[in-house]
Every structure is written in structure tokens, then in C-alpha cells.
Design a binder for this molecule. Structure first.
Ligand code: ATP
Length: 628
């Protein structure tokens, strides 16, 4: 969706207003668009509870009309008993009282049943809420597991994922509840209509015609609101981003030091003001129309009311019938307004569900590769004429890359910031696929490899590794899920990654909780975290490709030297790929590749590159001079 920034770069402004709904009917039905799917979801979550809900809805819908009918019978029986008492004063109480009392008891039973049905509705709704929330959350997270990295980087899809998660536990059931409430009220209205039909079909027609406009207008405005919400999602996305920056522990340090609170809060308020202005316009129009058209309904209601009164005075209706019709009118009015409330709440639930289903149905690439071994085992890694452009990107980030790395060899990638080094690793680990050319492992294209097998062969630490809010041991264990709880493996990996010393000094050793999210969590320094990440890469003992992207940037000089000593020992018989800006570590690699602007401009070992006196030599001398 296109949106343009304001000239001062503040609030994103949308390029076009949403199209107004020109047809009333599609507007009306947009409110129900996802009700069927929500029902299907509820049905598959718990058939028993859905059937229970349907039964209670039916009972709670029909019984009010039965109660109104019994009201008529009570009044008529009372009037008859009064007449009988006047004519035969000696009649025994039992035969006088029983006919009306019978109906009173029946009405009591009906009212008790209505209360039971309503209680049943609320119990089943809360049980379903819990089940459905869990189900939808699991669906969302399972889908997230199938998305590719580039799909995660697609801001619209990511936005859908976040919104879907935020309200997963309430929205689907809310829509079902409102749908059921609408059905319940429709049943009530239908059964009232049956009673009214006996009075006069014309009276019924007047009431229906009187109520119709307000229904249609409510649904139309709901449709408009639906479109409005979808249209402005970039703005709400910016708002929730600002909320995150202002209220999250990992950004609050900078926010405070740079004094960003008022700047960001100002931007947050500006977005709100724009959104609020649109909301206010819509709400006022919606309620003004609702009031005016509602008057029409009230008018027809009182016209029918007056008609009933006149007919009773003229003796065409009994007192009991009058009582029944008046109570039917009253309850009919409240069923009508409950239906309107349900409709107006439904558009937001629809919005949520449309977002959820768009996310769940987003196409994902299926993996076709199935190789577990290459056609030339021991051939190592080859890049053949590989070029790559990020999805949506305009220019290639890597161009015509040719590389060959054999088992037992180490390769270092050197280049300025943004030259494409990390991207090359992302291609090697199949987080992305080359736009042109191919990457081979043991003679077979990476795309033909079984992705699980391929990833098991690679141990990797990225610059932006994850700091899991888990115990130390599990922070290492994630490096190899099959050894997730294997303490012997944790210890071995920690020794290789130089993390064993400080772990040993921790209160609970490998069971110490890390991070600040949970109680008694301990925060680590940047260098200590890096050692944890490095150890995590060493967890993959079977991996024969080890990739380290800036593994020591936060470490002190002594630790760095140790890390590389360890790295060299570990690398024997394996392929190692190292990205570093520190030439002291790069120089020991068998092959050094210099990348500039996505292209390889030099390659060779340290002494050959120095002798060549090109970019590598220049950068090396520059850094060496810094230490003199
Ligand atoms: N996910 C992405 N989507 C689009 N472009 C990206 C993405 N990641 C990186 N880029 C762009 O690709 C180019 C290469 O980035 P890359 O991270 O590979 O550089 P690098 O050589 O590893 O840099 P550094 O030394 O700073 O880590 C940069 O111009 C960057 O803007």
C-alpha cells in the first residue's frame, strides 16, 4: 500500500482515501464476510461446545416469545376468574385460582429456562475462548515457522502476523458470539413476528419497514469503518512501533540519553490526531444517521402501539392480548437494538479475521530438495557466477561471485560495511536463494539438498545472534536441538567458545537464567554474550562448515586471540568461513577474499595480497598504522 511521508518526514500520510461503498448490499454483507469461517473455526475447535452454544442460542431466542404468550394467557385467565368470582361469589378458591396460577407457574418455568440458557451461553463462551485462543495462536506460530526470511522482512506480512497474534485470544470468539447473538435476536424477532401476524400482517409490515433503514445504515457504516481500518494500517503500524521504542527495555537506554521521549510522543500524538479526526467524522455521521433512521422505527413502533390500544378499547382484543402485544413490541425493540450493537461490533472482528486469514493463507515456498549427500563428496563449497538482489531491492548486492572452499580450508571475507559479506553467508545457509548462478555443496546444488540435512552441516554465528531469555545451558543447547539438554555437550561447547570460565563463576552455573525478562535473570556483558553465541555454534559437533560473522567484535584482545586459536584447532578437516574487520584474525586464513560493492576484487593468502599491494594491503596497513 502506498503512502507518502509529510514534507517534514513526520506522520506518514496515506496517498488516497478508501473508496466509498457505492452499493448498499455489498456494504451490508461485508459485515458477515468472515462469520462463516469463524463458525467453521469454532466448530473444528470443539463440536460439543458449538452444539451447546447453538442449542442455548435457540432456546434463549424462542422462549421470550413463549413468555409473552403466557403473559397473555395469565391476564386473560385473571380477567375470566374475576368475572367468574363476580357471578358466583361462593366458588371455591382452588377452581378460581388454578387456571391463572397454572400459567404463572409455566411462565416461571420459562423464565428459569431462559436464565439457564443464558448461563449456558456464558459458560460455553468462556471455555471456547480459552480453547480458541490457544488454537489460533498455535496456527499463527505454526505458519510463522513456514515463512521464509524474506517473508519476515516484508513489512506488510510482518504487520499481519503481529496484529494476528495480538488479538488471537479474543477476536474469533467475539465474532462468533456476535453472530450467535444476532441469530438469537433474529429468532426472537421472528417468533415475535409470528405472534404479531395474528394481530395484523399490516402491523408487522409497518414494524419491519420502520426498522429496516436503521439496519441497512448500520451495516453500511460498518462496511465503511472496515475499509477505513484496513486503509490506514501503515499509520497504526508506525504507532505500535513508537509504543515499542518508548516502552521496551532494549531501547529505553537510548531514548533516555538522547531525550527522545517528547519527540516520539509528539509523533505518536500526531498520528492519533489524524486517525481520531477520521474516526470522529465517521462516528458522528454514523450516529446521526442511526438516530434519524431510528426515529422512523420508533414512529412505526408507536403507531402499532396506538393501534393495539384502540383495538382493545373497541373490544377487538382482550386485555391479555393487549398485554402480550405491548410486551412483544417492547422486547422487539430491545432485540432490535441488541442486533444493531452486534452488527456494529462485527466489523472490527471481521477486520481481525480478514487479517488473520490473509496471513494464514499467505503462500509459502515448498522445499523440493531431498538430497542427503552430494554427487561429489569432499568437493566442498562452490559459488558459480552467483548474483543476488534482495526481494524488492533495485540493485544487486552481490554480483558474479565465484568461490571454491575445500574441506580443511579456511576462507576469510573482507570488505567495507555494506559490501555484501553477510549476504553471502545468508545465501550459503539458504536463508535466501541466488538470483543468478548457483551454489554447490559436494557437487550438488544447494536447492537440491534436503534443507534439514544442509542446515545440520553448518554451524553459524551471525553478528546479530539471539540473546535467548533462557538458562545458560539452553542458550547453548539451541545450537543443536538434538542435544538441547545434554549437559556434557554444553560444557564441551562452552570450553571451545571460551564461555566456561564465567559460567563456572555464576551462582547456578549452566542453570542460571539469562536476561532480564524473568525473575533472577542475570544480564551478561556484550563480550560474554558473544562467547555464548560462539559456543552455540560449537554445539554442532557434526557440522563440517563453520561460519563466523564478526564473532569477536565485542571481545577483549586476549579473548579474541584465544578464540582464534581455538577456531584453528576446531577447523581441522572442516571448512571455515570467517568475516572480520580485524586483520590480525583474517591474516591466518588460507584464502582471503576482498569484496567491494558486491564483487570480488582480490583474492589470495595474506602474503600474496600484501605483495599485490592492492586494496587489502592498503586496508591492512591502515589498521596496522592505528596500532603504532
Ligand atoms: N534484508 C535486507 N534487505 C534488503 N537489503 C539488505 C538486507 N540486508 C542487507 N541489505 C543490503 O545489502 C547490502 C549488503 O549488506 P551486508 O549485510 O551483506 O553487508 P556486510 O558486508 O556484511 O556489511 P557489514 O560489514 O557492515 O556487516 C547493504 O547495502 C544492505 O543495505
Amino acid at each position: 500500500m502506498a503512502f507518502v511521508a509529510e514534507s517534514d518526514g513526520r506522520v506518514p500520510r496515506l496517498s488516497q482515501p478508501p473508496a466509498k461503498s457505492r452499493h448498499l448490499l455489498p456494504g451490508f454483507f461485508s459485515v458477515f464476510r468472515y462469520s462463516r469461517r469463524a463458525l467453521a473455526l469454532v466448530w473444528s475447535t470443539s463440536r460439543g461446545l458449538t452444539i451447546g452454544l447453538a442449542i442455548c442460542t435457540l432456546v434463549a431466542g424462542i422462549l421470550p416469545a413463549v413468555a409473552a404468550y403466557l403473559g397473555q394467557l395469565i391476564v386473560d385467565a385473571v380477567v375470566a376468574a374475576m368475572e367468574q368470582h363476580a357471578q358466583q361469589p361462593g366458588l371455591d378458591w382452588q377452581s378460581l385460582l388454578w387456571p391463572p396460577m397454572r400459567y404463572v407457574l409455566m411462565e416461571m418455568g420459562v423464565i428459569a429456562l431462559i436464565a439457564l440458557a443464558q448461563r449456558g451461553l456464558s459458560v460455553q463462551q468462556s471455555l471456547l475462548r480459552a480453547l480458541l485462543g490457544q488454537r489460533v495462536n498455535v496456527m499463527i506460530l505454526e505458519k510463522a515457522g513456514t515463512l521464509s526470511l524474506s517473508q519476515f522482512e516484508d513489512s506488510e506480512l510482518y504487520d499481519k502476523l503481529t496484529r494476528a497474534r495480538r488479538e488471537a485470544s479474543s477476536r474469533p470468539l467475539a465474532l462468533v458470539n456476535k453472530t450467535f447473538s444476532l441469530i438469537q435476536n433474529a429468532i426472537s424477532l421472528g417468533s415475535f413476528a409470528l405472534l404479531l401476524w395474528q394481530f395484523s400482517p399490516w402491523a408487522l409490515l409497518i414494524l419491519v419497514i420502520g426498522a429496516l433503514p436503521v439496519f441497512v445504515s448500520e451495516a453500511k457504516f460498518s462496511g465503511d469503518a472496515f475499509r477505513l481500518f484496513r486503509w490506514r494500517s501503515p499509520q497504526t503500524r508506525m504507532q505500535s512501533y513508537l509504543e515499542t521504542v518508548l516502552a521496551r527495555e532494549d531501547s529505553i537506554k537510548e531514548v533516555k540519553l538522547f531525550g527522545l521521549e517528547s519527540l516520539f510522543l509528539g509523533r505518536y500524538r500526531d498520528i492519533f490526531r489524524t486517525l481520531y479526526a477520521e474516526d470522529r467524522r465517521l462516528t458522528i455521521r454514523r450516529d446521526a444517521w442511526g438516530f434519524l433512521l431510528g426515529l422512523l422505527g420508533t414512529l412505526s413502533f408507536y403507531a402499532a402501539y396506538a393501534w393495539v390500544v384502540v383495538d382493545t378499547i373497541l373490544g377487538r382484543l382482550t386485555l391479555g392480548q393487549m398485554t402480550m402485544y405491548l410486551s412483544v413490541f417492547k422486547q422487539g425493540q430491545s432485540a432490535l437494538s441488541a442486533s444493531l450493537t452486534a452488527i456494529s461490533g462485527m466489523y472490527e472482528d471481521n477486520l481481525y479475521l480478514s487479517n488473520l486469514y490473509e496471513y494464514l493463507e499467505h503462500p509459502v515456498a515448498t522445499d523440493s530438495g531431498h538430497l542427503t549427500a552430494g554427487i561429489r563428496p569432499g568437493d566442498g563449497i562452490r559459488f558459480e557466477g552467483v548474483s543476488f538482489t534482495y526481494p524488492g531491492g533495485e540493485r544487486p548486492v552481490l554480483q558474479d561471485i565465484d568461490l571454491h572452499l575445500q574441506p580443511g580450508e579456511s576462507l576469510a571475507l573482507v570488505g567495507e560495511n555494506g559490501s555484501g559479506k553477510t549476504t553471502l553467508i545468508k545465501l550459503l545457509t539458504r536463508l535466501y536463494e541466488p538470483s543468478r548462478g548457483r551454489i554447490l555443496l559436494d557437487g550438488s546444488d544447494l536447492l537440491d539438498w534436503d534443507i534439514g540435512m544442509l542446515r545440520r552441516r553448518v554451524g553459524v554465528i551471525f553478528q546479530d545472534f539471539v540473546r535467548y531469555q533462557l538458562p545458560v545451558g539452553e542458550n547453548l543447547g539451541v545450537g543443536d536441538v538434538e542435544a538441547f539438554t545434554d549437559t556434557a555437550r554444553w560444557e564441551r561447547a562452552a570450553r571451545q567458545g571460551m564461555a566456561d570460565d564465567f559460567i563456572a563463576r555464576m551462582e547456578n552455573g549452566y542453570h542460571t537464567q539469562l536476561g532480564r525478562w524473568f525473575q533472577r535473570g542475570q544480564e551478561l556483558s556484550g563480550g560474554q554474550w558473544q562467547k555464548i553465541a560462539l559456543s552455540r555454534a560449537y554445539m554442532r559437533e557434526d557440522a563440517d562448515i563453520l561460519v563466523l560473522d564478526e564473532p569477536t567484535a565485542a571481545m577483549d584482545a586476549a579473548a579474541e586471540a584465544q578464540v582464534f586459536e581455538q577456531f584453528r584447532r576446531h577447523a581441522q578437516g572442516r571448512m571455515t568461513l570467517l568475516i572480520s574487520h580485524r586483520f590480525s584474525t583474517v591474516r591466518a586464513a588460507d584464502q582471503i577474499v576482498v569484496i567491494d560493492n558486491g564483487r570480488i576484487i582480490e583474492r589470495g593468502n595474506h602474503s600474496a595480497l600484501l605483495a599485490r599491494n592492492g586494496r587489502y594491503a592498503q586496508l591492512f596497513r591502515l589498521q596496522a598504522a592505528g596500532y603504532q
